[in-house]
Design a protein around this ligand. Sequence first.
Ligand SMILES: [Fe+2]
Length: 600
Amino acid sequence: MYILGINAYHGDASAAIIRDGRLIAAAEEERFNRFKHCAGFPAQAIKYCLTAAGISIEQVDHIGISRNPAANLRKKVMFAAKKAARGSGLLGGAAEPSETSGGQSGFKRLSERLASVAKVRSFKDDLANALGVPKEAIRAELHHVEHHRAHLASCFFVSPFERAGMLSIDGFGDFVSTMWGVGEGTKFEVLGQIEYPHSTGIVYTATTQFIGFPWYGDEGKVMGLAPYGQPRFMDEFRDIIRTEEGGKFTLNLDYFRHHTDGVEMSWDEGSPVIGTIFSKAYAKTFGEPRQPGEPLTDRERDIAASLQLRLEEVGFHILNHLHEVTGLTDLGLAGGVALNSVMNGKILLNTPFKRVYVQPAAGDNGTSLGVCYYIYNQILSESRGEVMEGAYTGPEFSNEEIRAVLEQYGLEYETYSDRELTQRAARDIAEGAVLGWFQGRMEFGPRALGNRSIVVDPRRADMKEILNHRIKKREPFRPFAPSILEEHTGEYFEQTHPAPTMLMVYQIRPEKRALIPAVTHVDGSGRLQTVTPELNPRYYQLIADFHALTGVPVVLNTSFNENEPIVCTPQHAIDCFLKTRMDVLYLGNYALRRAQNSVA
Ligand SMILES: [Fe+2]
């Protein structure tokens, strides 16, 4: 039985496919069409999934989309009616929140809303168009899965847990920002939810905009900025998000525009763009907003620190409630806010939970995968079996395919055996090279996990500037992350719970910080990836060889891209190598060196 899951008309559009419960493939559209966080319809991701499964659309039994306009309809109507009574008017002003998520929110006027609903209804047409087949070719049963149920399914059914508490937390999706529940076997039950217009994701995005980072996905920058500041605005943020009994919270809505004026968003087929969410109350409390490009001051750093700390407080408030009502110590986590790896890394220290599974594609990308398992387990009651430990679900290229591309480019390359490959690459890294590492299946979700990575020596304090200068061009305050051989985690970090998909930030042991300065953040933390030979044998061997050479079982791992989506194909990787100042690029068993190829 084949099930195809789709996240469409949301940021990070994606597709996933499963066969008899086994995860065959999952990928984001942005990797194919090269628009970061691409919304719209994931035509190429769907085609890739069908190709990876070796089938055509006619053979798919179920297709699901992670959006259900009928979900919470009564609440939506009530909310719109209340607004109308207050004079907004259904047609004249803000009509209803759009179903957005991943840290976004907004209203659309009624006409836009209807267009949006119609879009979901026409998703069979869009699918047929995208694949160039008649609509009749799609014989699968279609499912609309409510947004947060798709998130929850993505962090429970592929988790290692038989029973677990579950939390989905984001901007908004299907009128809800936060949903928690309990999963057991092939079923989960929703225990509570927070509805529009209250949302932690909205607060994070609004504040991110206020301190001058306006783009979709910029929230991570603010998380990186936070350790530079002092949380001197806690009273303000405790007023902006107020916690209540029963794991609930509400926003002080004076600070936001999403529930009154509407927030413009264009999703089109390209990168999403969001209008201003914060209201004038932010300026009254904090002063004028920082414009993008203006120098950062202590005020922005302190706002970031306060926001981050308040998010953590609210997160633990919900999780402690979830533990109280379930008594469980295993937790599944998903939703755009679950990409906050600083918060995630503190869960074990601040709640009774003992094991945490974060869906690797915790943002809306992962809802396509969640949809598959919602249908397979929750609806069809089929038994579980897939544990998604890593995120290596994307396209891969054989050595033959890679060599053909190298020949096409007319570049000089070296060929290595498996054993030589990692040894030579480890030596390059230890000698200070900026090294591209393109291997195996592309990762699903925002993190490069050693298959589409740039890898450098973490012992060199200047590596951050070298990377930024030569390739990444990121804000200097943003940290770079370490990959560590899992068995050495406790020597270097204060916590040892595995973090195979780089969604946990732990404190680095004080005595080790000077040893790996390029991956030690200003507060002594690191967003680690724990690497095992089972999950990624070649990447494990690379780090093991670096360890043998240097005595340090850690490398710096950053995503293989230059201000664009992470590379997907050998062509993308070579293009990135040629236009940046990378020293060497390993693709499969081949290596390209800058010195041997007359490129600038
Ligand atoms: Fe979401």
